[in-house]
Design a protein around this ligand. Structure first.
Ligand code: ADP
Length: 265
């Protein structure tokens, strides 16, 4: 593709935990992307991330035809031409990454959502949990701190589990004390890590069941990078779940796609 003649659009997903940005050429090719922690000032973090993305891609701001913002902090980002809902952007982005997906399970840092789409990608129904940390990445962040185990190694830890131990409470605060108690009791770390993931999978599975399970199921959001969470959710639903490639970028890519449609009008 000749980039100097391509229509470039930008999607920015201002999540509660991480900000994601994607640069799209002619609505079909992702030519750059960046992820950074949201930090205390989402607007400043988003500005910094976009400058970095453009400088890495070697593109000036003036070349961007349309910028669309999505995510929890989308209203704070005044450099966008438009704000578009997370449901629309995640559905579009997930289908771009996995064109045949019919159910999209997005587990982010502070919310989780399940979107059911038609064969052509139209949103049919969705369910969202943004009230309780238990079925979100926040639950895993709390447990990671309590256990002093990095989130990135949860997958390997859970795979080494040999014993099923129950966690009786789903509430994040109580589950944290329960996990501390399991450590004190001498339970093995891999077994505790696996139990934590069964707990989050149980919460997310009930959200999936609210919209109904239509396969193929695609997972997006930062938690889709966690293989323990994916394995536990798949076991809970008794269905295969495929993590989208670059799952954390789905919202930003979807926003850039919506921007490219606007640019074409
Ligand atoms: P939001 O859009 O709400 O800011 P994200 O979709 O960016 O959230 O997801 C953030 C979550 O992703 C974190 O809470 C963490 O649990 C998970 N996560 C991020 N990176 C990784 C990784 N490398 N391995 C496992 N989990 C990850």
């Amino acid at each position: 593709m000749n980039l100097s003649e391509a229509t470039l659009t930008l999607g920015v997903d201002l999540g509660s935990t991480a900000i994601k940005a994607a640069l799209l050429a002619n609505g079909v090719e992702v030519i750059g992307s960046e992820v950074a922690a949201t930090g205390h000032n989402a607007k400043e973090s988003a500005r910094g991330l976009v400058s970095q993305l453009l400088s890495v891609a070697g593109v000036t701001k003036e070349r961007i035809a349309v910028t669309v913002a999505t995510g929890y902090g989308r209203l704070y980002f005044d450099e966008a031409d438009r704000e578009v809902s997370e449901i629309t952007c995640h559905a579009r982005g997930a289908r771009f990454l996995m064109p045949d997906a019919r159910t999209i399970v997005d587990i982010g840092g502070q919310d989780s959502k399940v979107i059911s789409v038609s064969e052509t990608g139209r949103v049919l129904d969705f369910a969202m949990n943004d009230k309780c940390a238990a079925g979100t990445g926040r639950f895993l962040e709390v447990m990671s701190r309590a256990l002093n185990v990095p989130i990135e190694s949860f997958g390997d830890q859970a795979r080494a589990s040999t014993k099923e131990i129950p966690i009786s409470t789903t509430c994040t605060v109580f589950a944290e004390s329960e996990v501390v108690g399991l450590v004190a009791r001498g339970e093995a770390l891999p077994d505790i890590v696996a139990a934590i993931h069964r707990s989050i999978a149980n919460r997310v599975a009930s959200l999936v069941k609210r919209v109904g399970v239509t396969t193929p199921i695609a997972a997006t959001g930062g938690v889709a990078r966690n293989t323990a969470a994916m394995a536990a959710l798949s076991a809970e639903l008794n269905e295969p779940i495929e993590a989208a490639p670059d799952p954390q970028l789905a919202g930003a890519i979807g926003a850039a796609i919506v921007a490219s449609e606007q640019a074409a009008r």
